[in-house]
Ligand binder design. Structure first.
Ligand SMILES: *[C@@H]1O[C@H](CO)[C@@H](O)[C@H](O)[C@H]1NC(C)=O
Length: 148
């Protein structure tokens, strides 16, 4: 029973310190909170439709921020910046469709990307291609975590 101040000190404070302060200390000590991450999603898929008709639709958002829907032409770059929040739960997910194919993917996720996307100008780069949505953290080597 947490009936007095002694119990409070013994149990509640350490739990609070560990669950709230620890992630914060990590985030601050690794400078993670001050980085402005750049997310780029480039349309590298072929477009077989008549000229002037885009074939790729994208829409990305987080819980509290909507980047907006965009119809993309080949080589268009859909891009935005974000910082990560104090408890490092920042998550942006995207819905992409192209010529009858559709995919949802996580374009930025703090715990997954906070380190890997610091390698090249603090950027996470995605390339939408005929066989899926590729990722790169150096803009030269690519892999395909979201085939469609
Ligand atoms: C990645 O490389 C391409 C091709 O060289 C270039 O056009 C593009 O601007 C680069 N992207 C970033 C985010 O630097």
């Amino acid at each position: 029973m947490l009936s007095n101040m002694a119990d409070l000190k013994k149990f509640v404070f350490p739990i609070l310190a560990f669950s709230v302060l620890y992630p914060l200390v990590i985030a601050v000590s690794e400078d993670l909170l001050f980085i402005n991450y750049h997310i780029h999603i480039v349309n590298d898929a072929p477009n077989d439709l008549p000229p002037g008709t885009p074939s790729l639709r994208i829409h990305c958002k987080s819980g509290d921020r909507d980047i907006g829907e965009k119809w993309m032409f080949p080589h268009d770059d859909y891009t935005w910046d974000t910082k990560i929040n104090l408890i490092r739960t920042t998550l942006f997910y995207c819905d992409v469709s192209w010529e009858g194919k559709q995919q949802n993917f996580e374009a930025f996720k703090a715990l997954r990307d906070e380190h890997r996307c610091r390698k090249y100008h603090n950027s996470c780069m995605w390339s939408v291609r005929e066989d899926g949505i590729y990722f790169s953290n150096d803009n030269s080597t690519w892999f395909n975590p979201y085939p469609w």
